[in-house]
Design a protein around this ligand. Sequence first.
Ligand SMILES: [Cu+2]
Length: 133
Amino acid sequence: MSPTRSRRMRNLTRGAAVGAACALLAVGGVTATSAAPLSQPAAASAVTVEGTEVRIEGFKFIPADVKVSAGATVTVVNKDSAPHTLTATDGYAFDTGTIEAGKSATFTAPSKPGSYDFVCSLHPQMKGTLVVS
Ligand SMILES: [Cu+2]
C-alpha cells in the first residue's frame, strides 16, 4: 500500500466519525423542552449549586422558602395530579412555565441577590420565597 493511499483512507474514516457526531447532536437537541433562561449570570459572580430542588405536593411548595446561590439551576418537581408553575410575582425574574403532573422543570435563579416571592400562576394561593445570596 502506498503512503498516499493509506492517508486517503484515514481521511475517509474521520469524515464518517464527524458525520455520526453531528447526527447525535441533532437528536440531543430535540430533548430540550423548557424555555431557555432569560439571561446567564456573569461567570465571575455566579456560584452554581447543582441539585437544588423544590417539590410541589398537595398544592404546596416544599420548601416554601428556597435558599439558593445567584444563578443556581433550580429543579421543580411536580408530585401532584394537577399542573403547576413556579413563577416570580415581580418582574418575571423566573418562571418554570406549566409543569404537568408528575413532571419536572428547571429555572435559573436571578444573578442579583435578594428575596423574590413566587406563586403558582394557576393557583395563586400557592406561595413561596426564593432567597438568592
Ligand atoms: Cu398550581
